[in-house]
Ligand binder design. Structure first.
Ligand SMILES: C[S@@+](CC[C@H](N)C(=O)[O-])C[C@H]1O[C@@H](n2cnc3c(N)ncnc32)[C@H](O)[C@@H]1O
Length: 347
């Protein structure tokens, strides 16, 4: 069901106008361990929480007033507890915890978005100048700052782990023999597909350094007989021989649709008749109204990451697949988390 944007009332306008402060309040709760503390011992008073968090009473009060007004924590009879969603999504020990993803928001998106207006006017990622280096994309520049690189990787793998585990369940790979996970990173995804479908072979297609890392993980999991790596740049390195299914997980949001189209055409040419390409990432609605997660995610690609990507809508990928020559496209959008979707193109 397509997202319906809410009517703008005064309270919502106040929330948007103070969005930067609302985010910092939420993030402070992560940094200071507030949500974990309240999960372990609900019902603490302001003084108890101030002591547990190592804060003076006045700053603790300001933090807790803010989080209470936002609904992130609940205050009843002078005692605080996590709201239900906070308990499920912001507590480190819970499987659905999204708190690590906020590290990327705090250290990368937050500063880079200071240059959003300039990026809109220049139609490029002006916010990238806040990150060390001269390379044209964030991914390359992060290699200069190991702390930031780790924050980024932890956030992205947290996001991917939550979403990627659904791919082998939602997509039926049983008709394919050789699945290539293009931009497959550390191999987690390729191994999960191979585990779920014992009849197929899986390959991680990524840069040489990333493939080396994937090989270590594959060997450690004892899966080297069915999962291997293929080093190169998928914009110009040939695909492995006998590939009949190519998966792009969290890849086709990075670039413009023009570049995606070129990549999908190469992929089409590499596949046999009946072969498939699988696009898996957050999908925007076709009516350009949302959902909120993709609408708030796309500015990052313009202002910081690449200056050209976005969280594209389904229909743009479908048009690109059709124009590349794929005879059929199938949308899979049931039971996937975080506004993800799977789009399959069949040759
Ligand atoms: C955002 S990560 C996605 C990782 C993984 N697919 C997932 O869903 O968690 C992007 C990956 O694509 C790889 N990559 C980017 N451009 C590439 C290219 N031109 N050729 C091969 N790999 C590329 C990167 O090295 C990185 O591992």
């Amino acid at each position: 069901m397509a997202y319906t944007p809410p009517e703008l009332d005064w309270e919502r306008l106040v929330l948007i106008a103070g969005g930067h402060t609302a985010f910092q309040l939420l993030w402070a709760g992560v940094e200071l361990g507030l949500y974990d503390t309240l999960s372990a011992r609900p019902g603490q008073t302001l003084d108890e929480l101030a002591q547990a968090l190592g804060l003076a009473r006045q700053p603790a009060r300001i933090l807790l007033v803010g989080l209470t007004a936002l609904g992130v924590v609940k205050l009843e009879n002078g005692r605080y507890r996590n709201a239900d969603v906070t308990e499920a999504r912001m507590v480190g020990s819970k499987p659905g915890c999204v708190a690590p993803i906020l590290g990327w928001q705090a250290h990368i998106v937050y500063p880079g978005m200071m240059d959003f207006v300039a990026s809109l006017k220049a139609n490029r990622n002006v916010g990238l100048a806040r990150f060390e280096g001269t390379e044209p994309t964030l991914y390359e520049r992060l290699t200069h700052d190991k702390t930031l690189e780790k924050i980024f990787q932890d956030s992205m793998s947290g996001l991917s782990r939550q979403a990627n585990q659904f791919l082998p369940k939602a997509m039926d790979f049983s008709g394919y023999h050789h699945v290539v996970d293009a931009g497959g990173g550390d191999g987690t995804n390729a191994m999960a597909i191979a585990r779920a479908y014992p009849g197929l072979k899986a390959t991680v297609f990524d840069s040489p350094s990333v493939c080396a890392h994937a090989r270590q993980n594959i060997a450690a999991a004892g899966m080297a007989d069915r999962v291997d790596t293929w080093e190169g740049n998928f914009f110009d390195t040939p695909f492995p021989p006998d590939t009949d299914c190519v998966v792009y997980c969290h890849i086709l949001t990075i670039w413009s649709m023009e570049k995606n189209r070129a990549l999908l055409k190469r992929t089409f040419d590499a596949l046999p008749t009946g072969g498939a390409v699988v696009i898996f990432n957050m999908m925007a609605d076709d009516d350009d109204r949302g959902p909120l997660s993709t609408a708030l995610g796309s500015p990052y690609f313009l202002a910081i990451a690449t200056g050209e990507g976005m969280l594209h809508p389904w229909k743009d990928y479908e048009a690109a697949l059709r124009d590349a020559g794929f005879r059929q496209t199938v949308r899979l959008d049931q039971g996937l988390p975080l506004d993800h979707g799977i789009l399959v193109g069949i040759k």
